[in-house]
Design a protein around this ligand. Sequence first.
Ligand code: ZN
Length: 456
Amino acid sequence: MMMVGCVNAFFVLVALLLAYVVHNHPSVREYWQLDNRPPVAVNCSFMQLHRNVTLPTLPDDLEALPWRCGLQEVTTTTTTTTTTTESSPNRLRVFVFTQPDGTWCWSNAGVIVYDDEILHIVDTLTDEHLTNHFIEAIQKQIVVVSTKKKRRMTPQWIFLTHGDIDHVYGLAAMRRSFVGFRGILAHQSTLDTMAKNPPPKKLAQSVMRARLVWSFFSDKNDSMSLHPWIKRLLSYGTPHVLQGYAVRFLGNLRAMQFFSPFDFDNTADVPTKDVIAFDERERHVSLSGGGGGGGNDAIMKIVHVSGTHSYGDVFLHLPSANLVFAGDLLFIGVSPIMWTGPARKFKAALHMLLATNATTFVPGHGPVCGRRGVELSLAYWDFVEAGVRQCVADGVSESRACASRLFDRLPSPWNAWLGAERVFINVDVEMNGPVVDVARKFALIGAQGEHGLLDT
Ligand SMILES: [Zn+2]
């Protein structure tokens, strides 16, 4: 008997020791997300070639959730912006799948869970490899939790914030995994954009060809930089016109490297025939699965804003959660980008985000933020709009010259954010109008890749 008592006491002591370690060891604290400080470097194991990334330091008052790889619950980690109401605890839960560092195609997606039973998806990521990890995370972290009610979780809607490839290429994988979906809901302009997107396998071939050619010119120690002899060749003695063509050609090749970490080859065509398109400016959707019932806590407002990042942009407002899925109206930690514009309309859309009185915003790229994140974005577009106006007043009418001027004067925090050179695209759209075809889009991505080609 005495022996049994000693063994029990031993196990109690071991358990107490383990509990102490779990609550106090720094690495364990971070693993269990007890420490909310934004990390400076992350290792995203599911992101293949993009595993180790270094993140920019974000302003202290950004109220961002930790910028981690994978699925996090927004509603329990931000206690000041909890979605629950006293009368209906836990009816609405929101999860966000984030992919640092948020640069080209490293986009966010989301999950809305109503009453632990009904599930909705917001956006579908860039390739099926990533989407499958998103689906796996949903099944591990959400579906398991929901079984406490012993009811089957019913998938309902896939909502699309806009039609760019990094938000829609995962649709076929979603469709396959969640059989019985009610539908894919998107604005008509999003559907139009999706129809113009290249099929994933065609994009895979272009990226492969560009990688092959680029490998002849790139520095082996830094795959995004040119060999020193190419730089010298282009910098000295080369006729200006020839230099321009060469830099543009190399810039396009370099830009295609941004897409090389993705598995477009194993990504199926997007099922556009399944998309239910709407044309009105604002649509309300019942999250409870019924025909509009479930009270205010089950309503989502989808608001279309044109003339911004793209023609199809909508934001998804969950009033009872004080939360907005902003899509690519918001980039945090990485430079915003405008394909449609102008900045005046972009700013009007951001004012609409603030007018919702929401306190939590999920950007299309970057960490979840508070209202400060939207205000910062407004200030960025103020800078672009005023800068272009000044260029015109000073007779600087060529967009590259104007963008170069703005790039050199880019203030904090955007000068430290990733992809700061996107100001070349933003200025071009502000001066020359919207990008309406894919060819110009890739040319502009190439042009911004071209900046600094000779001095990297
Ligand atoms: Zn995006």
